[in-house]
Design a protein around this ligand. Structure first.
Ligand SMILES: *Cc1c(COP(=O)(O)O)cnc(C)c1O
Length: 463
């Protein structure tokens, strides 16, 4: 019998996070303020605590994980590395398919890895309350969970369409003691102004971010900060524990470095968490195909230009250099709510510009087909977001079969889909449609960026 589960002991948990910013051959372009000048750490201070801002701008390669954070993570970490031998057999592939099972955390995804760290650093800094936005609800529930364990108040603005489609996630937030409201809401200027223009809007992550930031910076006590579940450097940093564990686990069973590393990417955090330690190997000469996967309905990495753009609809955040569909982009209501963001993590984007990564987009029907194959061979029911990674894994494993190569394929099983069964319902009853963003639609949203500073494509041409 092949080994299908690879565990690590608590004592083997990584004690430092890995910071790709230290190793990128071309440095990140700095975030810019409204005047087009780089923002200073001070300017971010009303939004984030200084200890996290320091991580955001750090160029240190390794950053210690505080013992108290590890003590919380031990509830579910190290997570198992599993081998998908039942899928391998079904496909008849010589490939070895491994996955990090991030669905075993209490909220059911990778997100608490950073939620716990962020809540802890905020608490250290004397903060009493965190605000945030959530799309499908995974991030809101992860932050609610972390705030409860650490002793912070938590307010979540949930994208309207998900609030209506996913009442279960809202209840999870309430169980963990958070206050969850639909966005756009009537509680902020940002929310009210969107509602005035488009009363029936399904909402978007961009709008919800504007609301959460507004609520944080307008608290007169100064004890509220904002927390973001993806995109930013410090968030990706906290997720690298996934890839660092995976590396130890593969080594412990004598497996070679992966040939292919895959993760779905909405803002880029779970993909980065698994892949960045392997991007480091690639920078140092290893041959690895590293693939972030997105929906064709929200094709940020595969079709959107590399530009300076705001992180939110109301243009309150600094300008980030990233692939972006435009901050006003309202994506079609596909079921993978976590993959509907208009932008992408600057660290992931700079790695794409360097050609260290090979992004790919899939239609949602193909993803659900992959999710069913997965559930009917391996067993677990994956999150709609995770199904994008599985679709790519099946394609890569099929290619390995055609080539007759025993490739090692590693992917991130970012979360379970037990709270997202309505998407499976739509697929099984034939109601799901594929959607490809028309060029004219994309150009329309990108027009808003014409007067913003241009992002220079800096690359070494080594890859
Ligand atoms: C939020 C989420 C994603 C997308 O976010 P990233 O920051 O790109 O990782 C993917 N999968 C699951 C299960 C999620 O909850």
């Amino acid at each position: 019998m092949e080994q299908v589960k690879v565990s690590l002991n608590e004592s083997d948990i990584p004690r430092q996070w890995y910071n790709l910013a230290a190793d990128l051959p071309t440095p990140l372009l700095p975030p810019l303020g409204p005047d087009g000048k780089p923002v200073s750490p001070d300017m971010l201070a009303p939004v984030f605590p200084m200890n996290l801002i320091e991580q955001e701008v750090s160029s240190k390669k390794w950053i210690d994980i505080p013992e108290e954070i590890l003590n919380i993570l031990y509830r579910w970490r190290p997570t198992p590395l599993r081998r998908a031998i039942y899928l391998e057999k079904h496909l008849g592939t010589p490939a070895h398919i491994y996955y990090k099972d991030e669905s075993v955390s209490p909220p059911g995804s990778h997100k608490p890895n950073t939620a716990v760290a962020q809540a802890w650093y905020n608490k250290q800094f004397g903060i009493k309350k965190l605000t945030t936005e959530t799309g499908a609800g995974q991030w809101g529930s992860a932050l609610a969970f972390a705030c409860k364990l650490i002793g912070l108040e938590c307010k979540v603005f949930m994208v309207r369409i998900s609030f209506d489609q996913k009442p279960g996630r809202k209840l999870m937030m309430q169980v963990w003691g958070a206050n969850c409201v639909p966005s756009p809401s009537t509680e902020t200027n940002a929310g009210r102004s969107v509602l005035k223009e488009i009363p029936n809007t399904p909402g978007s992550l961009g709008i919800a971010i504007s609301e959460a930031i507004e609520e944080a910076v307008t608290d007169k006590t100064g004890k509220t900060r904002y927390s973001l579940g993806s995109v930013l450097n410090h968030v990706l940093l906290h997720q690298t524990i996934i890839g660092l564990e995976a590396k130890k686990q593969l080594k412990s069973i004598g497996e070679k470095l992966p040939d292919v590393v895959i993760g779905c990417a909405g803002g880029g955090s779970n993909f980065a968490g698994l892949s960045f330690p392997f991007v480091a190997d690639k920078i140092n000469g290893a041959k690895i195909k590293i693939m972030p996967v997105e929906p064709t309905a929200c094709p940020t990495m595969t079709r959107a230009p590399f530009v300076y753009d705001f992180g939110d609809t109301a243009c309150t955040t600094p300008l980030l250099a990233m692939h972006s569909l435009g901050h006003a982009f309202i994506p079609p209501p596909i079921h993978a709510g976590g993959l509907r963001y208009h932008g992408m993590a600057p660290l992931v984007c700079q790695a794409i510009v360097e050609r260290l990564l090979e992004p790919k987009a899939y239609h949602q029907k193909k993803c659900y087909e992959a999710a069913l194959t997965w559930a009917r061979t391996e067993g677990p029911i994956c999150a709609p977001e995770t199904s994008h990674a599985i679709a790519a894994v099946i394609d890569e494993a099929t290619k390995a079969k055609e080539e007759g190569k025993e490739k090692v394929i590693l992917f991130n099983y970012s979360g379970h889909g037990l709270m997202d069964l309505s998407g499976y319902d739509a697929y099984l009853s034939g109601k799901l449609t594929d959607y490809e963003l028309p060029d004219e639609e994309m150009k329309k949203y990108l027009k808003d960026l014409e007067n913003l500073p241009k992002a220079e494509m800096r690359k070494t041409c080594k890859w």
